[in-house]
Design a protein around this ligand. Structure first.
Ligand SMILES: [Zn+2]
Length: 194
């Protein structure tokens, strides 16, 4: 099973691969013409032809047509594999270090985001369910006080608390797919069980 990869990480890998390509399509060896749009006329090529392999060394930007031609053109397939090998043994360790570091930062960010999500979920669960998991009926709690309480908890736990992130997770929990409902009672935002 390939590791799932986030959209933002894909975008980052593409951006880094563009930087490494120095604006040249490695297949036809021509520079990308001005005005070409990334994702339209320029696409990421999986050098080893494995579309699930998002290793940063396996991605290089190419013309869309070149990408298309490569499918039927063995010489270009070989060229792709050679570039993959070259990237893996890149003689530019500084660039490589930079790329890896940025990707690790992204993973950290994702972990951070996940941790916030869990904090919000746990807080709401403790608030609206008893320890046995039974619903506490008719419980309706002020949105802002929940937001503040979770922020306080985050600060205590991590020394920092992003209210914007917490609010985003709270909103997600109160979306139609979530277990909770957000509505306005006498002008104040409240959260209750759906
Ligand atoms: Zn090309």
């Amino acid at each position: 099973m390939p590791t799932p990869i986030s959209k933002s990480k894909k975008a980052k890998i593409c951006a880094l691969s563009i930087e490494r390509s120095e604006g040249i399509c490695y297949l036809c060896e021509k520079p990308f013409e001005k005005g070409l749009e990334w994702g339209k006329e320029i696409v990421p090529d999986h050098l080893d032809d494995d579309e699930t392999n998002w290793d940063v060394d396996n991605i290089s930007p190419v013309h869309k047509e070149c990408n298309y031609i490569k499918r039927e053109f063995i010489d270009w397939k070989i060229k792709g594999r050679e570039l993959y090998k070259k990237n893996q043994n890149s003689i530019d360790p500084e660039l490589k270090k930079k790329i890896r570091k940025e990707l690790v930062e992204m993973d950290k960010e994702m972990d951070y985001n996940r941790a916030y999500g869990e904090l919000v979920q746990n807080y709401l669960r403790d608030l609206f369910f008893d320890p046995r998991g039974n619903k506490l009926e008719d419980e309706e709690v002020d949105f802002i006080s929940i937001l503040n309480a979770i922020t306080k908890k985050a600060k205590k736990q991590w020394g920092t608390g992003s209210q914007v992130t917490i609010r985003r997770h709270l909103d997600a929990e109160c979306s139609t797919e979530g277990a909770y409902l957000k509505d306005r009672v006498k002008g104040r935002l409240k959260i209750r069980l759906r």
